[in-house]
Design a protein around this ligand. Sequence first.
Ligand SMILES: Cc1cc2nc3c(=O)[nH]c(=O)nc-3n(C[C@H](O)[C@H](O)[C@H](O)COP(=O)(O)OP(=O)(O)OC[C@H]3O[C@@H](n4cnc5c(N)ncnc54)[C@H](O)[C@@H]3O)c2cc1C
Ligand code: SF4
Length: 492
Amino acid sequence: MEWARLQALPQPLTPRDRLAIPCQEMPAQESLARAQNMQEVTLGYSDEQARVEAERCLQCRNAPCVQGCPVRIQIPQFIAALAAGNPARAIAIIRETSLLPAVCGRVCPQEMQCQAHCTVGKSLKSVDQAVAIGRLERYAADWERTHGAVSPPVVAPATGKKVAVVGSGPAGITVAADVRRAGHEVVLFEAFHKAGGVLVYGIPEFRLPKTIVQAELDALQQMGVTIRTNFVVGRTRKITDLITKDGFDAVFVGSGAGLPKFMEIEGENLVGVYSANEYLTRSNLMKAYDRERAETPIPSARRVAVLGGGNVAMDAARTALRLGAQEVHLIYRRTEVEMPARAEEVRHAKEEGVRIHVLQNAKRILGANGHVTGIECLRHELGDPDSSGRRRSMVIPDSEFQLPIEAVIVAIGNQSNPLIKQTTEGLDVDQWGRIVTDQQGHTSLPNVFAGGDIVLGTATVILAMGEGRRAAAAINEMLQQENSAGVPARHS
Ligand SMILES: Cc1cc2nc3c(=O)[nH]c(=O)nc-3n(C[C@H](O)[C@H](O)[C@H](O)COP(=O)(O)OP(=O)(O)OC[C@H]3O[C@@H](n4cnc5c(N)ncnc54)[C@H](O)[C@@H]3O)c2cc1C
Ligand code: SF4
């Protein structure tokens, strides 16, 4: 429905009128064309579409959508501002609680969070019909950036305290901003040559343009945060050294879960087998898709198999298409219902030509002369639910079959890198290597905090941000108490 037609209806609109407004589809690049380029797939709402979509919101008094948002964005209020044609007000409301709205509007699993609770979706009996909160958040954030309206948060007068942030993903970025805002000096240490964490090295350009992440990092630097790349904490400097030798008053560890898991099957060491981490990092960070100029291009493979069913698997499969594969086979051992990937990513992958094979899994990778030549799979069926509530995947005996394949990308999950644990005496971790913290992010070591994937295991951007927010509040409180008690800064 167009905005003009909506305005011609008797005002104010009744809930019935609002429920009759169709959900606004977001324009996207044509599927076969986009599978050949790295540019963003979805193009964002027009001004008119955003206003029409915002008019679908019923402004529920109890706002169930807010309960579904991990950082409790005041959703009805920002949507009302958009309906009134005031994106500046909308983004100001969003920024009260969310630091990375252009990122979250693009990659948050809204269909499992805010939109899952939306009254409109419930009334129309489909989460796909819920108010498109994520797309509206993205619209407001993009409006802010394209209108040059982003202004870095105000920084309080210097406190003389100094905080080290390890890792520059969403958890680290959030802590750096919130702690710097309180007037503390902040140094953000990043192991890679580029800051941004998974937002830069994992999630591909066609889903999250890197200029958006860079704008957030630029804002941090404008606030006075120092970013030190190529700095591996645990190698270049230990956590305890940062406190005892370098004079940091607190350390936040947001080092993520970047260690890939493998299938542990025959043939995994053949040339042509990649972890999704390596494949995506080489493509995103080292521009491996630019075969002419990249220093570490990925050899071309016509037939690629991707093992896994999460967002990482979808990203790897869609990247393989863009790197020139003619066939990409995504192999997943359960059904699409159990797939952890966002429904939108699965749809986009299929539209682009990724072939999804469910109820199958790799048994071994076949090779000749040290290179991958194929994959042997087994068929599976679903059994009873496991401890996570998902139905178990059970092998059907003697169901082997083979596919000719030239490259295999393993995308079955990540775990935390053990380096920081191994080099930090007294830091408690659980059986999976995740740092143990309390609700505020305190670890077992004084003045050392942690949050994000290193604490949660592989989670989401918004959850990592939420963890960062809580830890930053605890750091600020601790440093304020030290200042009030006259405790001298460690570097003074
Ligand atoms: C391919 C992919 C796609 C994803 N898609 C989505 C999605 O669509 N939606 C969503 O919500 N979530 C998605 N996720 C998950 C999400 O990106 C993560 O949950 C989130 O980035 C975690 O944030 P973090 O700050 O804890 O860690 P990270 O983003 O992992 O950042 C950690 C940073 O710490 C650095 N580091 C590690 N060790 C050290 C060290 N010793 N010294 C210095 N620096 C160090 C790393 O290099 C990294 O840059 C995806 C993840 C991947 C891998
Ligand atoms: S639940 Fe849906 S309709 Fe109700 S306020 Fe939230 S976004 Fe609007």
